[in-house]
Write a protein that binds this ligand. Structure first.
Ligand SMILES: *[C@@H]1O[C@H](CO)[C@@H](O)[C@H](O)[C@H]1NC(C)=O
Ligand SMILES: *[C@@H]1O[C@H](CO)[C@@H](O)[C@H](O)[C@H]1NC(C)=O
Ligand SMILES: *[C@@H]1O[C@H](CO)[C@@H](O)[C@H](O)[C@H]1NC(C)=O
Ligand SMILES: *[C@@H]1O[C@H](CO)[C@@H](O)[C@H](O)[C@H]1NC(C)=O
Ligand SMILES: *[C@@H]1O[C@H](CO)[C@@H](O)[C@H](O)[C@H]1NC(C)=O
Ligand SMILES: *[C@@H]1O[C@H](CO)[C@@H](O)[C@H](O)[C@H]1NC(C)=O
Length: 935
């Protein structure tokens, strides 16, 4: 640029009338002031009072007016006089490459100034009105000046009025804030250099139609660009685009492939994901640098003249142009419809999808399960899925998927299960074969198509001979035989679900009222469907129906209805709430184990009328329950129903036979349980992380648990974990809310900010999750009162012991029962990874903690590696798909027989939770936090 400036200066000189006239006194005075402000002004060799007449060096005139000053690279020091802008005819100003300091002069009002160089000086501030009224300005250079110091300066809106501006160069000049949208709307702007500043955010959408030839916004310092940068995809005149060394997330905008003049593209050292658009390979690029991102898919074969730098990515093949495997190509197309969400594709590396988050393969290494439920996917469902010919399970519930369901998916031969409930799908619902178990509920815009005329009757005829419900209106019939309430719930919902799908166009959720046992009469099942259609149902036929189609606890039991359970049923099931059936007591009342007539177990939480819900209106209680009952995830304990009877408020949950994690972790000796092996602990941690991730990510209503701890983590027979008791805090009375909220969390698990301020975000749960991880690692309770004072608080103890970050120190806290002897073993490395995750989750500041999605992606590869050996193959589906409902019932019954006979199990029930529901101690809060701090 220096060369250029000299040329311009000489050109001016040739055009100028020779310096005969006496200089305009205002101009002369301005130049004299300029010289005076310098500490070494003698370098200029200016003397006298007539710059034009005496032909001062470095000065050009036209007539009596000074039109050019070029004092570049003279070693000038000192400050620049603020009266410089009195030079009203100045067109060229070059003072770059000196050691000028202090404030830059304001240029306000210099309507003839075309070109100005201030770069490479030590100017420490820039006046607020610097850019005002520079009508003719074409190019300005302020690079490499520490302007406005640490505070920096934002680009003033005055710049947007510089209609002639073509070059704006501000590299390394302490610009802060975001890149202003107006820069994208300046039609003459060709060169915009913003590198090495402290700009944040992305490239504003206005840039999409700008005419920039050169955009440099690389190497932001401190605050960095994070994206989006989609707008650069529309900038067709670009020759050079430098965005390297920021933290830009998202994908490379495909539109860049249309920037036919592009030669120099640097995007390295960002967090870009997704593939390199194939069209980029067609461009006549001289250099393409995308090193150190998270790019996936094919590395395209660029033209031979292109210098390609692309290491440090996750491409499926190292060799340019080599395609990915068939399933990988399909999966990438599928996830591309959701914009390649980083939380998922960061694990989608290489060419083996069997290792990826959310993907399970069959023994032939073909993709058989896609499970991305609750993964915050936004976008459309790709028809490319049809190419995954081994796919059996597609679970994408709890996302924000819109658009239609591609009809081609109904032709997939292996498909057994499609769960798309709670999304935003629209259009016609294509007809999947009967053999495919489907769930499309919670998609209000989806049009359920009418069934083919030949479809079989909904309730199959029964061998028992009792007649199925026959007609219109409400019909009630006796229930034959003992049928579990749970079975009814599952079966009814299934039936309704199927019915609404087949019979009614856009049925809203039915209201369902179940009274399995009335004190006097026989069991009656009543079903009320809005719009008058109704049916009575023989419960045995229900079980049969369900046995064919419904297969587990992850079924959306009731979408928009209620599941009210009569108090008599619950009294009966719990032997009138006898003490012997108490499973535990928590902040919200006692939990009883109930047993229905057929032996099925349920857990009944009896809310303490006085303490918690009394002030809630019944309708509010209903409303909360309605929401809670919709929350379904295989790692959350399902709320099956509820009962309100006078002052009694009861919640009915699924029963988890292996009880609380706390027993297995802290009390296995006393309770004669087998201590959990590391791989079990890992699987449990991942289960909990998935459940919590789902809870936090729920599209329609995100939950914060506030009381995550091992006694609220329950285990199934196969030792898979489910999180219990979420959402209950919402049932607390308003006035007491904040206090109650605080007390709701249990001492030892509370995030600092939560305990101190009561302010709660999902990050408070992340903290508690971190504490649970530490308990899994150490086998010690969050608050262990048997330890000396300074070791009582697990987080504090852990941080102190492992503060040196040496791996050896970790050995001191690992649960001895895990038998991890040295730092070189595989188990140790896995423990170490979890320990680091725990440290991250228990960070003091909420913003320093990751979200649950991160925890899932850290844990899932470990679990893959350490999968419990005897776990059945359906890990990702989480439920035993091979078990029909009657089989499941048998299993429950069997476990019931076991536990009612053994004295050990009896003791287990008596002791349930006796140690974990430590009374919360408001007085201890302050101590806890001094303790948490002291490290
Ligand atoms: C730079 O700082 C000075 C003094 O603090 C302030 O007057 C001026 O407006 C700032 N410049 C800009 C462009 O914000
Ligand atoms: C930025 O400018 C400062 C002077 O203000 C200089 O010392 C530094 O080296 C420059 N940084 C870069 C990356 O050019
Ligand atoms: C504007 O920038 C371009 C590219 O660096 C350069 O070729 C051109 O000479 C500059 N124009 C002025 C007036 O400085
Ligand atoms: C399935 O794969 C084939 C071959 O790779 C491809 O041509 C076709 O477009 C794919 N189908 C869909 C619907 O994407
Ligand atoms: C569902 O999609 C429609 C557009 O198809 C959109 O207007 C609406 O906001 C979406 N609803 C939700 C809950 O995202
Ligand atoms: C779902 O995505 C659409 C964009 O497609 C967005 O407008 C809407 O707000 C999203 N809804 C939710 C609940 O996130």
């Amino acid at each position: 640029m220096e060369q250029h400036s000299w040329k311009y200066f000489l050109l001016l000189g040739v055009l100028l009338v020779s310096a005969a006239a006496e200089t305009d006194p205002v101009d002369a005075e301005a130049l004299q002031s300029f010289q005076k402000g310098l500490s070494n002004g003698e370098i200029l060799q200016w003397s006298g009072t007539d710059p034009c007449g005496a032909a001062w060096k470095h000065v050009q005139c036209r007539g009596k007016s000074v039109t050019g000053i070029d004092v570049a690279f003279l070693g000038l020091q000192g400050i620049v006089s603020p009266s410089l802008n009195r030079l009203s005819n100045l067109e060229y100003l070059g003072m770059q490459g000196n050691a000028l300091s202090g404030s830059m002069p304001s240029l306000a009002g210099m309507a003839n100034l075309k070109i100005a160089y201030f770069d490479n000086n030590d100017f420490s501030s820039i006046p607020g009105d610097f850019f005002a009224g520079l009508e003719s300005l074409e190019a300005i250079y302020l690079d490499n000046n520490p302007l406005n110091g640490t505070a920096g300066w934002e680009l003033p809106v005055d710049i947007s009025h510089l209609g002639a501006l073509a070059n704006l160069s501000l590299t390394n000049s302490s610009v802060v804030g975001s890149i202003p949208a107006f820069l994208g709307a300046m039609p003459h702007l060709k060169v915009l250099n913003l590198a090495y500043n402290r700009l944040t955010g992305g490239i504003p959408p206005s840039f999409v139609s700008s005419n920039l030839v050169q955009l440099q916004a690389n190497n932001m310092q401190g605050p960095v660009l994070t994206g989006p940068i989609d707008a650069v995809g529309g900038m067709g005149s670009l020759v050079q685009l430098w965005l390297q060394v920021n933290e830009i997330a998202g994908t490379i905008p495909p539109g860049l492939g249309n920037a036919l003049a592009l030669q120099d593209l640097k995007l390295n050292d960002n967090r870009l994901t997704g593939p390199i658009p194939a069209s980029l390979a067609e461009l006549p690029l001289a250099i393409l640098s995308v090193d150190n991102n998270e790019l996936i898919g094919v590395l395209p074969a660029f033209k031979p003249a292109t210098k390609v730098l692309a290491t440090g990515n996750n491409f499926c093949q190292a060799v340019p142009g080599l395609r990915c495997s068939h399933d990988v190509e399909t999966l990438l197309e599928f996830i591309g419809e959701f914009g390649y969400p980083a939380s998922i594709v960061s694990s989608w590396k290489g060419d083996d999808p069997c290792l990826w988050t959310g993907i399970v393969c069959d023994s032939g290494k073909r993709v058989s399960v896609i499970d991305l439920a609750g993964s915050q996917l936004v976008g459309r469902l790709s028809p490319a899925l049809v190419n995954l010919t081994a796919l059996t399970v597609l679970r994408l519930n709890g996302n924000n998927i819109s658009g239609g369901i591609p009809p081609v998916l109904t032709s997939m031969k292996s498909l057994q299960q499609v769960d798309l409930h709670n999304n935003n799908l629209s259009g016609d619902l294509p007809q999947f074969p009967e053999s495919v178990k489907t769930n499309f509920q919670g998609n209000p815009l989806l049009l359920q198509s009418l069934p083919p005329v030949t479809s079989p009757p909904v309730a199959p005829a029964q061998p028992s001979g009792s007649s199925g419900g026959g007609g219109a209106g409400l019909i009630a019939g006796p229930v034959v035989g003992a049928v579990s309430l749970l079975a009814i719930g599952l079966a009814l919902s299934f039936l309704f679900y199927k019915r609404s799908e087949k019979r009614f166009v856009r049925v809203q959720g039915p209201t369902m009222v179940v009274h399995p046992r009335d004190s006097s009469s026989e069991d009656i099942v009543k079903i009320i469907v809005p719009g008058g259609a109704g049916n009575n149902v023989n419960s045995r036929s229900l079980v049969e129906t369900a046995s064919v189609n419904s297969n587990g606890t992850d079924v959306q039991v009731v979408e928009a209805g209620n599941l009210v359970i009569s108090i008599h049923v619950l009294r009966n099931a719990t032997r009138n709430f006898s003490e012997e059936t108490v499973l535990g007591r928590g902040g919200f009342g006692a939990v009883y184990r109930g047993q229905l007539d057929d032996g099925t177990n349920i857990a009944v939480k009896r809310m303490e009328a006085s303490s918690v819900v009394s002030s809630k209106g019944v309708s509010e209680f209903h409303a909360e329950i309605a929401v809670l009952s919709k929350v379904r995830h295989r790692h959350l304990v399902a709320l099956l129903g509820y009962c309100i009877d006078g002052n009694e408020k009861l919640l009915v949950y699924e029963y988890l036979p292996q009880g609380a994690l706390s027993h297995h972790l802290f009390e296995y000796r006393r309770m004669r349980l087998k201590p959990l092996e590391w791989k079990r602990r890992l699987a449990i941690a991942l289960d909990v992380a998935r459940g919590m991730e789902y809870l936090h990510g729920l599209a329609y209503k995100s939950f914060i648990h506030r009381d995550l701890k091992p006694s609220n983590i329950l285990l199934d027979d196969d030792l898979r974990a489910k999180v219990a008791d979420f959402g209950l805090v919402k049932l607390a009375p308003e006035g007491k809310y904040s206090v109650e909220t605080r007390l709701a969390g249990t001492f030892g698990y509370l995030a600092p900010e939560y305990a101190v301020t009561g302010r709660v975000t999902t990050k408070a749960d992340v903290f508690s999750f971190g504490v649970v991880l530490l308990e899994l690692i150490s086998g010690r309770r969050a608050l262990d009162e048997s330890q000396p004072e300074e070791n009582m608080h697990l987080v504090t103890w852990y941080r102190r012991i492992t503060s040196s970050s040496s791996k050896e120190s970790l050995l001191r806290i690992i649960d001895p029962v895990l038998g991890v002897g040295d730092v070189t073993g595989d188990v140790f490395h896995s423990v170490y990874t979890v320990s680091e995750l725990a440290r991250h989750c228990t960070a003091r500041e909420p913003y320093q903690r990751p979200d649950m999605g991160h925890a899932v992606s850290v844990l899932s590869p470990l679990v893959d590696q350490w999968k419990p050996a005897d776990q059945d193959g359906e890990e990702s589906a989480g439920i035993d798909l091979s078990l029909t409902l009657p089989q499941a019932l048998k299993k429950w019954q069997a476990s019931e027989e076991d536990s009612s006979s053994g004295a050990a199990s009896r003791r287990m029930l008596d002791d349930y939770d006796s140690h974990d529901s430590l009374p919360t101690r408001p007085a201890g809060f302050a101590e806890a936090f001094t303790a948490a701090d002291g490290r």
